[in-house]
Design a protein around this ligand. Structure first.
Ligand code: GDP
Ligand code: MG
Length: 826
């Protein structure tokens, strides 16, 4: 049953409770109201109200039963007919949602309860969508839902609107308000808004371990009574208290809870008076008001909530209500010289402080102190930056150096398999396919599994410990200069792992402009898929400075992202950036379990990619390089004459100024699907030994830069399309990155050639010597042309962008003006 408190109570009193049979007796001429018979009483309900009562028809019941065989286990009583039995089964199904501040432990709790492996992280906004899971417990079937974290239920951010809509429209049976016990004041602010909504609620007092350790004392029982919300202490990290939580949910569902009651947050005499005035006018309308409680609506329109305003506008007496609201706001302004919105916020915080004064006793500040001390160093005005760079360098150093050992082992296994198959299989295309195509291609990239796992272990550790949020904090100033938010930094760092989740994580950036720009520059963050390519090239050409070169590549990516962000915010994406608040969660020792789980998840994903995308691409590359087959030719000649050779020759003129040849051209084209394919293709084309190529060191450098910058992989493009709502931006990101790659590589190669003197480079670089004798003038013309093209593309997109685009708040069709989100109201 849905609807808020008052309606729910009345209807239950009428006898509409779960498991009862309802018969329709009479339909009024205009289909409203409808007369029902229930438990031998006859009642009449308006259609809008009747819609809120969940009734299962006989057909539905049967279909439902067939789809839920797992629930048939609920024992049926003798003589109970099928419909009754089903209603009873459905009664044992509970939908529970987790609502709470970012970083309060919702996802950890969700994972523990459902056995899922969703991402947890020690900074805001890792969960961007509702995730659902299921499990059975004590005869109940639970559907649990992990919602995005929010600090409030106003309509300012997509998350806030999403959570609010979810609660109202999906009408979960019970809401679990997950509260971070080490940060009560701010967390309870959200609670006060949930209380306004008058929804069935339980509180999970999470991070209880930290509260215990800190030595602070909280009287949970009393706080629960004060708030009218039953509270369970939990430690989601270890699972402590989770069972109690679900026992309490069952108690609540069975109506055995005595603490749960609806309270009114007292906003003080003045505000309460105004809230009541507006509320009374709303109440003139027949219940329910689109499922919201009248008090909630009243408070929200006093706060100028646009979405609620649009609900109010649908009521018959909306003019009267809005006029009253305006009058009330004036009264508030006159009396306390404050706008109603901040007055309400202040009052809520006042309520929370009051509740805490009675129940919370601060004795110790050890943890905060430690956090403070660490922060004094790592967020230091000057030292913060070198520390950050050192950590990054250390990360890449480990990725490369420690990764070397397991890499050698895997490499040895791959070689051994190749030899085995070579000996064991008869000559012919099939053998070539297996040895060169499958083992050569897939084996060429699978050796990087350890590197990728090490990189991920570092990223996970930084996220979980809370350092990532500090990195974002110290980067804030720089980010602002780029026209971005400090918050943009976390998605950017996440991009080192994989661009796709990073693009999704931009959802936490409230400001549309910063969000779009962040999304567009994430492809310049070197994802782990590019690592295999780097490693192949670096170990062949720059072995003595491996970590340094690797580190510089990442830095180059970052530098370009800064430049691009500046250009974009100046020329392409219009609008002002809004100010920013970044919270710094206390440092936590990341649990080994969590870090190793993420690392393993990534490893698993990588292996899966090997078995699918990379395998298929390897086979395709092999086939294209094998056919048309000329047995009389040498391997080298065969390759050139094959389809892939033709394709390579076709793109070669384009990449020749970058000092690249047709084999690289093939690899780059193939890598559009996934960057690892560049590596697997190169290992195939060079038979696993790139040292045999006639690439010069300079060309190798140019290739590295090209791979770093060019084309976000196709899945990343799709991600950008989904998040920005427009194909335009996906195409734009593909175009500008490729152009950027080409220009940079060309500049590196051409200028490098000039410096290093023609003879030396050309000597090593034979094939290019024959084909290219570019004069300085030509180079300049090339660069100017490229630059003009680039500016043209920028300009075209700026013109196309217009003012309004993709609104992601989900509460309106874009630009409708009925919502309050930044997309529609810049
Ligand atoms: P969400 O943003 O609400 O989904 O929070 P997460 O589940 O991602 O957790 C945020 C961080 O807090 C992670 O680093 C968790 O490991 C950590 N965490 C979660 N629950 C607890 C807890 O009860 N105690 C402690 N000490 N840490 C926790
Ligand atoms: Mg989460």
């Amino acid at each position: 049953m849905m609807g808020h408190g008052g309606f729910r109570k009345r209807i239950v009193e009428m006898g509409f409770i779960k498991g009862k049979t309802v018969t329709v007796l009479l339909n009024a001429p205009l289909h409203d109201p409808v007369k029902y018979k229930i438990m031998d009483y006859e009642v009449s309900l308006r259609r809008a109200e009747a819609d809120l009562v969940e009734v299962v028809s006989e057909e539905e019941a049967k279909a439902w039963a067939n789809n839920h065989p797992e629930l048939k286990g609920i024992p049926s009583n003798e003589g109970e007919d099928a419909l009754h039995h089903l209603a009873r089964v459905k009664e044992h199904e509970l939908t529970v949602v987790f609502v709470g501040n970012p970083n309060s432990g919702k996802t950890s709790m969700f994972n523990i309860a459902s056995g899922a492996h969703e991402r947890v992280g020690n900074y805001s906004g890792v969960t961007v969508d509702a995730k659902s899971g299921h499990f059975d417990f004590e005869g109940y079937h639970f559907n649990i839902i992990d919602l995005p974290g929010t600090y409030s239920l106003s309509a300012y951010t997509p998350e806030e609107l999403y959570v609010r809509k979810y609660i109202i429209e999906q009408h979960p049976d019970i809401i679990i308000n997950v509260v971070d016990a080490s940060n009560l004041e701010r967390n309870l602010y959200l609670t006060t808004q949930l209380i306004d909504m008058d929804v069935p609620m339980i509180m999970a007092m999470n991070m209880y371990d930290e509260l215990r350790e800190s030595g602070n004392k909280l009287n949970i029982q009393q706080l629960g009574v004060l708030l009218g919300v039953p509270i369970v202490p939990t430690v989601a990290k270890t699972g402590e208290g989770i069972k109690d939580l679900f026992h309490l949910i069952i108690d609540m569902a069975e109506g055995k809870q005595t603490i749960a009651r609806h309270i009114h947050i007292n906003h003080g005499t003045l505000l309460e008076e105004q809230i009541n005035k507006v509320e009374n006018l709303i109440r003139k309308n027949p219940e329910p008001h689109h499922n919201y409680s009248a008090r909630f609506l009243s408070i929200k329109i006093l706060e100028n909530d646009r979405q609620v305003e649009s609900i109010i506008k649908k009521l018959d007496n909306h003019e009267e209500i809005l006029a009253e609201r305006d009058a009330c706001q004036k009264a508030i302004l006159k009396e306390i010289d404050e706008d109603s919105e901040s007055a309400i916020t202040d009052a809520k915080y006042g309520f929370v402080q009051g509740a805490l004064k009675e129940t919370f006793e601060k004795t110790h500040k050890y943890k905060r102190l430690m956090t403070k001390q660490i922060d004094a160093v790592v967020t230091h005005q000057i030292w913060g930056y070198p520390i950050f760079l050192l950590l990054m360098y250390f990360m890449f150093f480990c990725t490369f150096n420690i990764g070397q050992y397991p890499m050698d082992w895997i490499d040895a296994i791959v070689e051994w398999m190749k030899e085995l198959v070579t000996e064991w299989m008869p000559e012919g295309p099939l053998k070539d396919l297996v040895v060169d195509g499958i083992i050569g291609g897939v084996g060429g990239v699978i050796v990087f599994l350890p590197n990728i796992m090490i990189l991920y272990a570092f990223i996970s550790w930084m996220e979980d410990s809370g350092y990532m949020a500090r990195a974002a904090f110290i980067m804030d100033k720089i980010m602002h200069r780029m026209g971005l938010h400090g918050k943009s930094f976390i998605p950017m760092i996440m991009g080192f792992g994989c661009n796709i989740p990073a693009i999704m994580a931009t959802r936490t950036i409230e400001d549309r402009k910063s969000r779009l720009i962040t999304m567009l520059i994430i492809p310049l963050m070197s994802c782990s898929a590019r690592l295999p390519v780097y490693i192949i090239i670096i170990s062949a050409f720059f072995d003595s400075h491996a970590a340094l070169v690797l580190f510089s590549l990442y830095l180059l990516g970052i530098t370009f992202s800064v430049l691009m962000a500046k250009i974009f915010s100046r020329f392409i994406v219009k609008g002002e950036s809004s100010p920013f608040v970044m919270e710094l969660p206390p440092y936590r020792m990341p649990s080994m379990l969590s870090v190793s789980r993420h690392t393993w998840e990534k490893g698993k994903q990588y292996l899966k990619k090997m078995g699918t995308t990379i395998l298929i691409a390897s086979i395709a590359v092999w086939a294209l390089s094998y056919f048309p087959h000329h047995p009389e030719m040498s391997e080298e000649q065969q390759m050139e004459a094959s389809y892939i050779g033709q394709l390579g020759k076709f793109v070669e003129p384009v990449i020749r100024p970058c000092g690249l040849q047709w084999k690289e051209g093939v690899a780059l084209v193939a890598g559009v699907g996934a960057k690892e394919i560049v590596a697997s293709t190169m290992s195939e084309l060079y038979h696993g030994d790139i040292k045999t190529s006639n690439l010069s060191t300079l060309s190798a450098l140019s290739l590295l830069v090209f791979v770093l910058l060019y084309f976000p992989c196709i899945p990343a493009c799709i991600g950008i399309k989904n998040e920005s709502g427009k194909w335009k931006w996906a195409i734009f990101s593909a175009l500008y990155t490729t152009l950027l790659a080409w220009i940079s590589s060309t500049v590196i190669f051409q200028i490098g050639s000039l410096i290093l003197k023609r003879e030396t480079t050309d000597l090593i670089h034979q094939s290019i010597k024959e084909n290219r004798n570019m004069s300085l003038q030509e180079i300049i013309v090339y660069i100017i042309l490229a630059f003009v093209a680039f500016v043209l593309v920028l300009y075209a997109y700026r013109r196309l962008t217009g003012k309004k685009s993709g609104c992601n708040c989900g509460s309106c069709s874009k630009g409708c003006g009925t919502c309050h989100c930044h997309d529609c109201h810049e």
